[in-house]
Design a protein around this ligand. Structure first.
Ligand SMILES: Nc1ncnc2c1ncn2[C@@H]1O[C@H](COP(=O)(O)OP(=O)(O)OP(=O)(O)O)[C@@H](O)[C@H]1O
Ligand SMILES: [Mg+2]
Length: 214
């Protein structure tokens, strides 16, 4: 991935998408090869260095179980700072939450937020540490179509505005089309990569063809 690129990763269940994200994050060590993130070989870092690197350079957004339920939205957003023993920058947290359309939800706990709002909090939290890369594993998987579209537009805006690269895993071609480039994974192998045609029907057709190839 180039600096600031937005890539969507698609593939059947079990093809290795989440595993790949875990490897990029340095959470899983690859059997072979190197993973370079922002100039650092994450697969060669010790556990403690890997944790610090991840916290400072990579933001995460998952399908669910994203947030600490006992914390408020704002406390969730500044979680990275706390873990990094930095004083939380409340102003920055408020600006991000405002930009993501949850400016009035600081004090809400996750169970008092809608699914879309929870994902906005998760995105604000991912952005808070000014990461070079955001890893998103099916971030719209639990959302209805309209909210899913809103989250896609937000990710696109975030990618442009903050310049952080995004690697997004999805099964949904309508979500995938938001990215600049699309990659297909099959049985752990990259089998296709192409500029987004911005048309979910074309993505689906290409996907079906690729997955049927022997
Ligand atoms: N911790 C693990 N140890 C061993 N095998 C694993 C582990 N996690 C996943 N796998 C296996 O690796 C393969 C890829 O799993 P992975 O979770 O990456 O798939 P995926 O593409 O994310 O699928 P889905 O779309 O269902 O989320 C699967 O066969 C899975 O059973
Ligand atoms: Mg997965």
């Amino acid at each position: 991935m180039a600096k600031g690129e937005f890539v969507a990763l698609m593939g059947p269940s079990g093809s290795g998408k989440s595993t790949f994200l875990n490897i990029v994050a340095g959470l899983t060590v690859p059997d072979a090869g190197d993973v370079i993130v922002a100039g650092t070989n994450v697969s060669r870092l010790s556990d403690s260095r890997s944790t610090v690197f991840r916290r400072r350079n990579i933001g995460f957004v998952f399908q669910s179980h994203n947030l600490v339920e006992s914390f408020t939205a704002e406390e969730n957003v500044v979680l990275g700072a706390r873990l990094d023993l930095q004083k939380p920058d409340t102003k920055r947290a408020h600006e991000l939450m405002e930009a993501l359309g949850i400016g009035d939800k600081h004090e809400r706990r996750p169970d008092e937020l809608s699914g879309g709002e929870r994902q906005r909090v998760a995105i604000a939290r991912a952005l808070y540490m000014q990461p070079k890369l955001i890893l998103a594993d099916e971030p719209t998987g639990n959302l209805d179509m309209e909210t899913s579209q809103q989250i896609c537009s937000l990710l696109e805006a975030v990618n442009k505005r903050y310049g952080c690269a995004i690697l997004l895993v999805t099964h949904d071609p309508i979500v995938a089309k938001t990215a600049g480039r699309i990659c297909f994974l099959k049985d752990g192998c990259l089998v296709d990569t192409f500029a987004s045609p911005r048309d979910p029907a074309i993505i689906t057709q290409r996907y079906v063809e690729k997955m049927q190839e022997r």
